[in-house]
Design a protein around this ligand. Structure first.
Ligand code: ADP
Ligand code: MG
Length: 391
């Protein structure tokens, strides 16, 4: 059995057990959706730029039983997630809070999009680490969305999946109140196994890009710093506001359309630095896609390094833990490394030779220990499929 099968079925089994113990229900089906890691293209999704994430084999599984009434009952194996109960027409902003906002909010947004969501009991279990920058939130939304759409009698199609993406984004923006830009939901619902997904975020057009990591003797390592600085609260919104203001001053709808000359025209040094990140990051995405398509994936390391420097210096969303593990990974032989996700903690990625995983893993732990920082956890990740019905 491949690692994918083991991981996937383990979470499915746990979700089914959770459905039985909390709601006394036998599932009509189990659906899964993946977490993701973003190879490159950070903080560009809300600026109309491009990004290149890949779906992971780490997933959220949702075991679901359809109900004949209008009750929605939700639970999770996560010990911090209290069970939720609500009526179908009362799942929107203000009603579902905490973790239930992601799940109930998705059901609300699906109804808003005209999908005839039935009452249901739904339980989830996930091996995507929560809050580590691997998008447990979008994997939860996508698993709920694909399950509910099928229960509502919708046939699977690319068009349907695009609609589910938009519903999941609405849930996170309007019910949870998080300013997500859509990359995570898109990759969770539209990725292809073995490939990264180039996303044009202004119209959500996607193109699979075959990575060929294993063929090149390479692996991608995720380094979870296990740190989330509370200072991060509000920073995401501030970065978005900076970008909106920079675009406004330049008379652009999308900041990623700015040229280098446009960036120079900005007079506020902070806005200029933010814009410089967005523009340069978008260019790095294009360079990485070109290299990968030319079979030169081993040469993308410097682009990862430059992305990290830009996020640290121009976008100012790194953290000491991220800088330390990125530097340690490179010193131990990684071809390139960078922070991923929103920043201020969470995870970094390193592109490594398959033979070098142990050395890099030890080096990042040692570097943090030496500096008195929380010890990180490492995992090598492979590309998995998008949301689907499992059983
Ligand atoms: P990330 O998406 O990077 O993991 P977020 O802060 O966006 O981090 O989302 C994490 C939140 O999503 C958790 O705090 C929780 O509210 C919710 N969540 C995700 N997966 C689950 C799950 N399996 N059970 C309960 N809540 C979950
Ligand atoms: Mg998230």
């Amino acid at each position: 059995m491949s690692p994918l099968d083991v991981g996937t079925h383990e979470q499915a089994d746990r979700a089914v057990a959770e459905l039985r113990s909390t709601w006394g229900a036998e599932p009509d089906g189990v659906w899964t959706a993946p977490g993701r890691v973003n190879l490159i293209g950070e903080h560009v999704d809300y600026n109309g730029g491009r990004c290149l994430p890949m779906a992971l084999t780490r997933i959220t599984a949702a075991a679901v039983r359809r109900r004949d009434d209008d009750l929605v009952r939700l639970s999770s194996t996560d010990p911090d997630a209290a069970p939720f109960e609500g009526r179908l027409d009362d799942l929107g902003p203000g009603s579902a809070t905490g973790w239930a906002g992601y799940a109930a909010g998705t059901l609300w947004a699906l109804q808003q999009a005209g999908i005839d969501v039935p009452g249901m009991d739904l339980s989830v279990s996930s091996d995507v680490p929560l809050g580590a920058g691997l998008s447990s939130s979008a994997s939860l939304e996508a698993a709920v969305a694909i399950a509910a759409a099928e229960l509502a009698g919708r046939a699977d199609s690319v068009e349907l999946r695009h609609l589910l993406v938009q519903a999941a984004i609405r849930a996170e923006n309007e019910v949870v109140g998080a300013g997500t830009g859509g990359m995570d939901q898109t990759v969770a619902l539209l990725a292809e196994e073995g490939s990264a997904l180039l996303i044009h975020t202004r119209d959500f057009r996607t193109e699979p890009v075959q990575l060929g990591l294993a063929e090149a003797g390479l692996e991608l390592m995720v380094i979870d710093t296990r740190v989330k600085h509370t200072l991060a609260d509000g920073q995401y919104a501030q970065r978005r506001a900076d970008c909106d203001e920079a675009a406004r001053q330049l008379g652009l709808e999308w900041l990623s359309d700015a040229t280098a000359a446009d960036v120079d025209r900005l007079t506020d040094p902070r806005l200029q630095a933010r814009a410089r990140h967005v523009v340069s990051e978008n260019e790095r995405v294009d360079t990485v896609v070109e290299l990968v398509r030319a079979g030169r994936v081993a040469e993308i390391g410097p682009m990862l390094d430059a992305s990290h420097a830009s996020l640290r210096d121009d976008y100012e969303v790194s953290a000491v833990e991220l800088d330390v593990v990125v530097e340690a990974a490179r010193s131990a032989g990684a071809l390139g490394a960078r922070m991923v996700g929103g920043g201020f903690g969470g995870s970094a990625i390193a592109l490594i030779r398959s033979t070098g995983a142990a050395a890099v893993g030890e080096a990042v732990v040692a570097a943090c220990r030496e500096r008195g920082l929380t010890e990180p956890v490492t995992l090598t990740v492979t590309s998995g499929p998008s949301a689907r019905r499992l059983s």
